[in-house]
Design a binder for this molecule. Structure first.
Ligand code: HEM
Length: 511
């Protein structure tokens, strides 16, 4: 370990800490190390350096205030090969700036509000789907989030999980994530000469070619279909229509537009669904919190209508529950790795140019110095202080949108995502009782709230629970709202397959 670096676990010659670098669920090990080496420590990964921040003050200073120095991403040759350098989650470059500026222009809080009607309509289908087949809730949520993002971006919804674009997306995304998983390809970024091995001897290159083809077919297919629709004069106000109209002003060419749409589908699909699955898991595992949220809902909204976004203002407990879900099970426990563009000095330590920076928000959110009983789901903590910290701790280095990242890399889709989360969190609490699954003797089965998927972005693995409507009246209101949503849906239902059309027709009949 070079002098001046923050401390860290003992190193071996050449390997550094490579031999103990966690291969999965790194946030647990990173948090354990933080309790030993402090809120800022370093790891040697061969000749490279990684800095791990598990300290809110360091995140505020280095990632937010000095974001100009920490907004790069570590080099990922694979990403450049597959997307031709047009992936937004890649290096700090001119094309990244253009993509990012474009995404921000069109995903502002005000612009995000424009999409609330389709989000609310899709949320009514989600309730309807859960009502009809509660045991399929996990998949219904995935369909929902994929349909919302396709509608917002391309103005084209996915009425079924089996709708062509949804299946194509999940198929390519699975291969793409596997390809990006550390360890699944040779260490090309550490040993660049590996880039020059011919494709017939390098399986990873064949995989890149395959994923590139699949992604292009989907992303550019959606783009072209949308252009044809606009050509017929059938605009519906989606995000990519605006990009198309303003492409010269925004400086976005066809390649950029295709990959901008693609990265937003990637960023917006499984993140939102993972959050909603975690929320359901928490409601099942913590029935007291569920009961308190329902009491608040009944007081403010009652049984005769569904909640709307405006109601949230009057629901401090449900707002706290939403924040607590972000804290309890963050979708990106270590954000997405950043990389330092310059040498920085912090608290007497050197943060060297080119090092990878992991922001361990899991470790921050589960720090007993900051939170009382951090391992449990306790929404009340957010009623006591804005950032949920325990009495006597100011929490001023934290901020409510920390789960969405830091500095110039903060999630561009956060306003859209937060609206989706708010609508569904309220709907769930209003509509259903969520209880533990039972064994053959009728005893409740304890949920393992740590049973999560591997990966940088994570969500619960499929789990079982019982979901029942809270009243017959509510079940009827759900059916009514879903039928009423047909008008909103119709603007987003084009180019559907025969099966999709039949499904739509069948589902629009009152049961
Ligand atoms: C619960 C929902 C979501 C969560 C928790 C979430 C969280 C995050 C986090 C933690 C990052 C990394 C930030 C950093 O490295 O500092 C990120 C990046 C990103 N997110 Fe989200 N996100 C969500 C939904 C969305 C949605 C709906 C979209 C698209 C509309 C989106 C698009 C992106 C993109 C494109 C990036 C990469 C930004 C860049 O590298 O410049 N996300 N998100």
């Amino acid at each position: 370990r070079e002098p001046g670096l923050p401390p860290g676990p003992p190193t071996l010659p050449l390997l550094g800490n490579l031999h103990i670098f966690p291969k999965e669920f790194a946030h647990y090990k990173f948090t354990e190390w933080a309790r030993t080496y402090g809120g800022i420590y370093s790891l040697k990964v061969g000749p490279g350096t990684a800095i791990v921040l598990t300290d809110a003050a360091a995140v505020k200073e280095l990632m937010d205030k000095r974001s100009g120095s920490t907004a790069d991403r570590p080099p990922m040759h694979i990403v450049d090969v597959v997307t031709g350098g047009f992936h937004m989650v890649s290096r700090y470059s001119e094309s990244w700036r253009t993509l990012r500026r474009t995404a921000h222009t069109i995903l502002t809080p005000q612009a995000a509000m424009k999409h609330v009607p389709i989000q609310a309509a899709e949320a009514s289908q989600l309730l309807h789907d859960i009502l009809c087949r509660p045991e399929g809730f996990y998949t219904h949520i995935r369909r929902f989030s994929s349909s919302v993002i396709l509608s917002v971006l391309y103005g084209k919804r996915a009425p079924r999980y089996e709708t062509r674009e949804t299946t194509a997306f999940f198929e390519v995304q699975h291969d793409w994530e596997e390809l990006m998983e550390p360890g699944s390809t040779p260490p090309i970024d550490l040993i660049p000469i590996l880039k020059y091995i011919p494709e017939r001897w390098a399986k990873w290159k064949q995989d890149c070619t395959k994923v590139r083809k699949m992604q292009r077919r989907l992303y550019f297919g959606l783009l072209d279909e949308m252009k044809e629709r606009v050509g017929r004069g059938e605009e519906n106000g989606c995000f990519m229509e605006e990009i198309l109209m303003r492409e010269v002003e925004l400086g976005v060419n066809r390649e950029m537009a295709g990959y901008l749409g693609g990265v937003l589908i990637e960023g917006g699909s499984d993140t939102t669904s993972s959050y909603l699955q975690s929320l359901i898991m928490a409601l099942v595992a913590y029935p007291d919190a569920q009961r308190k949220a329902q009491e608040e809902m009944d007081r403010v909204v009652g049984s005769h209508r569904m909640p709307t976004l405006d109601d949230l203002e009057e629901m401090p407990y449900i707002r706290a529950m939403i924040m607590e879900t972000h804290r309890f099970r963050p979708v990106a426990p270590m954000l997405i790795p950043h990389c330092a563009l310059n040498d920085e000095e912090y608290n007497g330590f050197i943060i060297p140019h080119g090092c990878t920076i992991f922001v361990n928000i899991w470790g921050i959110f589960h720090d007993p110095e900051l939170y009382d009983d951090p391992e449990n789901f306790i929404p009340e903590r957010y009623l006591l202080s804005e950032n949920g910290t325990k009495p006597g701790i100011s929490g001023s280095d934290l901020r409510p949108n920390l789960p969405f990242g830091a500095g110039r890399r903060i999630c561009p889709g956060m306003h859209l995502a937060q609206n989706t989360i708010n609508i569904n969190a309220m709907n769930f609490v209003w509509a259903f009782n969520f209880t533990a699954d039972t064994d053959a003797q009728g005893n409740p089965i304890l949920l393992n709230t740590f049973d999560y998927q591997k990966g940088l972005l994570t969500g619960p693995r499929p789990f079982k629970c019982k979901i029942t409507p809270r009243s017959v009246e509510k079940a009827e209101i759900i059916e009514h709202e879903f039928l009423e949503a047909a008008d909103t849906f119709s603007k987003f239902e084009f180019g559907l397959s025969g099966e999709d059309k039949e499904f739509v027709m069948r589902s629009r009949v009152r049961r």
